[in-house]
Every structure is written in structure tokens, then in C-alpha cells.
Design a protein around this ligand. Structure first.
Ligand code: CP3
Length: 348
């Protein structure tokens, strides 16, 4: 296991563990990506899947935003979807279209066919990339995060060619025992993957549940929450790393989120920190700048960043992030503005 002791005193790990910090630690979802010219250079020569499956390349692009901006944490370069390949799913990231699944699950017997490989068989390249990144960043005091898609969000991709949420909802209602079997498989896949990333040196893990907001509160309670609880309980029983749960457009589900049992909650810009604090108390919160604000006017960006910094620090630890992934047309200069504002704002 890599030596990660020095990382425990980093701003990000302290905030994730619930300690007060002198300023808000900062990282951005999708911080390694197409807004960076050095990332585009790598992608010009290698496909998305090749970058993910080649540990040296995945490590290289993971480090790019750390070297350029000095973010307080790295997130290992992969996608929520590539672990589905080992289940028997054929997928590709198609230029201009995003991910495409060529053989989506359509029937209960398709669910039976899905394999649940161990992370070592399924994604050895991501675990190796993590070890490489942690080796590089530990001496620099920068923690690295692992991640996985949540069972529901992964199911929306498994069940359709292009992540069609309506199909997932219909399958869930009309094939309830097959849905449970599918969630059970995904729960094992996701828990084992997060644990393996912690063992490879990740300082924390984030569960991305980007599409869960399409559900009603009662459907979330019935079809999704029990599996999320199992994922978090399993990870927490096997590792010591903090677990972050991130969802978007999910205000209607907020009241149920504390029972997921995560250590930290990521919120988007549709929620205020004040509302989130009412629900989560003094747990660490992460968010929530609208990534489209990074596309535009600098003075508006500064104003909104200062507002979030002021609101975020009330009532508990706070990690500055976006409310969703950074967008490809984001100007580098705006990211620089954001970084310098967050790094000079004292929480005191
Ligand atoms: O945050 C990071 O920097 C780590 C890497 C990461 C990627 N995807 C790289 C990526 C992470 C954490 C993800 C998560 C992810 N992937 C989610 C959950 C978070 C969210 O944004 O909602 C989802 C739903 C996906 C699925 C996915 N992957 C989509 C819908 C797309 C296409 C949209 C797009 O931005 O192109 C991807 C592709 C993808 N994943 C890219 C990157 C950098 C772009 C690929 C490229 O280089 O062309």
C-alpha cells in the first residue's frame, strides 16, 4: 500500500473528514478534460478508452490540471462507464455524441447474463494509474480521489443505447425483480471498485449519481436508496476513506440523502448551502458553482464565487467545487480567476 500519511494533513482530506480549514479546498469535477489544450493534445493521438486503459496516459492527464492550476486534490482519470465493459457491455465514446452502448440490457435474462468481475480483473489499469498518481502526488501533499457511478446512474446507461432515463424508469417499474437483481450486481461492482481504489491509495471516493433526480421521492426510497445504503455501508466497513455522494437536480430527494450514510455531500447550484445545511447539519458539503458561469463574464464569475465562498463556510466544513462537470469551452483564464479567488478567501 502506498505511503499516504502526509496527505492526512492536507486541506482537502481535513475538510472531507469534517475538520475546519483556514480556506476552502478546491477541485473541479472533470478537471482533466477538453478545456485543457494539453489534454486535447493527448486525445488527438489516443481514444478516450485508450487513455483510460493505459495507466501512464491516465496518470498523465490526471496530473495536468494539478500542475497547471494547483488544485487541492486530483481525481483519477477514468469514466463512470468503463467498468461496465467487464460486465459484458460493449461501449464506446463517440466523438460529438458521448458514450454509446451497443448491446444494452433489454430483458430480465439479459440481467442474468451480466458478469460481476473483481476490480483487479475488470479495471487493473485504473488501479495502476491511481498508484502512479499517488506516488507522484503524495510527496507534494496532494490527495487523489477515486470514484464510481452510483448503481442507479449506471443502470440508466446499461439499459439504453445513450443513457435514456425514461427507459431505465420503465424497466425499474415493469421488471421489479430483474431491477433488484441488476442493482444487486451493480452494488457489488461499485462497492468493490471503490474499496479497490482506496486500497490503491485514493484518499476519498466520490459516488456520482448524476441522473437520480429524475425519480420521485417514493421511487427513490423503494428502488434506489437501499442499494446506495449497501454501497456506502460496505465501503465504510472495509476502508477508512471518506465517501462523497454527489447528485444533481435532486432537491426533491434531499430529505432522504442523510440516510445514505455518506460522509460528505456534493450539491449543485439549484440548491442553496443554507437548505443543504438544514438537511445535512454540520457535515462537510461540496459545491456548487454553475459550470456555465465559468464560460462568461469575469466580474459575474467573481461575484458568484465570492457569494458561494461566503455562504459555503457557514455551519460546517466546505469544499469548493462546481455543481457539475467543467464544460469544454471554458476559458483557462476564468479557471485561473476562480483558483486565485478561492485560494485567497479566508474562512476564518
Ligand atoms: O472528474 C474527472 O476529471 C475525472 C474523470 C471523469 C470523466 N467522467 C471523464 C470524461 C469523471 C468523474 C466522469 C464521470 C462521468 N462520466 C459522469 C458523472 C458525472 C457527470 O458529469 O454527470 C457521467 C454521467 C459520465 C458519462 C459520460 N462520459 C458522458 C455523458 C460523457 C460525454 C459528455 C462529454 O463531456 O463528452 C463522457 C465522456 C467523458 N468522460 C469525457 C471525459 C474527460 C470527455 C471525453 C473526451 O475526451 O472526448
Amino acid at each position: 500500500m502506498p505511503n499516504t500519511i502526509g496527505l492526512e494533513s492536507s486541506l482537502l482530506v481535513r475538510a472531507l473528514r469534517g475538520e475546519a480549514t483556514e480556506r476552502a479546498p478546491l477541485w473541479l469535477m472533470r478537471q482533466a478534460g477538453r478545456y485543457l489544450p494539453e489534454y486535447r493534445e493527448v486525445r488527438a493521438k489516443h481514444s478516450m478508452l485508450d487513455v483510460i486503459r493505459t495507466p501512464e496516459l491516465a496518470a498523465k492527464v490526471t496530473l495536468q490540471p494539478i500542475d497547471r492550476f494547483g488544485f487541492d486534490g486530483a481525481i483519477i482519470f477514468a469514466d463512470i462507464l468503463n467498468p461496465l465493459i467487464g460486465m459484458g457491455i460493449q461501449l464506446d465514446f463517440v466523438e460529438g455524441e458521448g458514450p454509446v452502448i451497443f448491446n444494452p440490457v433489454q430483458t430480465p435474462s439479459d440481467v442474468d447474463q451480466l458478469k460481476v468481475p473483481s476490480p483487479k480483473e475488470n479495471v487493473p489499469y485504473t488501479l495502476e494509474a491511481l498508484r502512479l498518481v499517488v506516488k507522484e502526488l503524495s510527496p507534494r501533499g496532494v490527495p487523489t480521489l477515486g470514484f464510481s457511478g452510483a448503481p442507479f446512474t449506471l443502470a440508466t446507461y446499461l439499459l439504453s443505447k445513450k443513457g435514456d432515463k425514461e427507459l431505465a424508469k420503465r424497466f425499474m417499474r415493469d421488471n421489479q425483480s430483474a431491477w433488484a437483481a441488476l442493482q444487486k450486481k451493480l452494488t457489488t461492482l461499485v462497492s468493490d471498485y471503490l474499496v479497490a481504489q482506496a486500497e490503491a491509495g485514493a484518499s476519498a471516493v466520490q459516488i456520482f449519481d448524476s441522473w437520480v433526480g429524475v425519480l420521485s421521492p417514493s421511487e427513490f426510497a423503494t428502488f434506489v436508496l437501499p442499494w446506495l445504503q449497501q454501497v456506502v455501508a460496505s465501503v465504510k466497513s472495509r476502508t477508512k476513506v471518506p465517501v462523497i455522494y454527489f447528485a444533481t437536480s435532486a432537491g426533491g430527494l434531499l430529505a432522504q440523502f442523510p440516510s445514505i450514510g455518506a460522509d460528505v455531500y456534493g450539491i449543485d447550484w439549484r440548491l442553496t448551502f443554507a437548505a443543504a445545511r438544514q438537511t445535512f447539519g454540520n457535515k462537510p458539503l461540496q459545491g456548487n458553482l454553475d459550470p456555465t458561469i465559468l464560460l462568461g463574464d469575469k466580474s459575474y464569475l467573481e461575484k458568484e464565487t465570492r457569494r458561494i465562498l461566503a455562504e459555503g463556510k457557514e455551519g460546517g466544513p466546505f469544499i469548493f467545487n462546481l455543481g457539475h462537470g467543467i464544460l469544454p469551452p471554458t476559458p483557462i483564464a476564468n479557471v485561473e480567476t476562480l483558483v486565485s479567488l478561492v485560494k485567497t478567501f479566508c474562512l476564518g
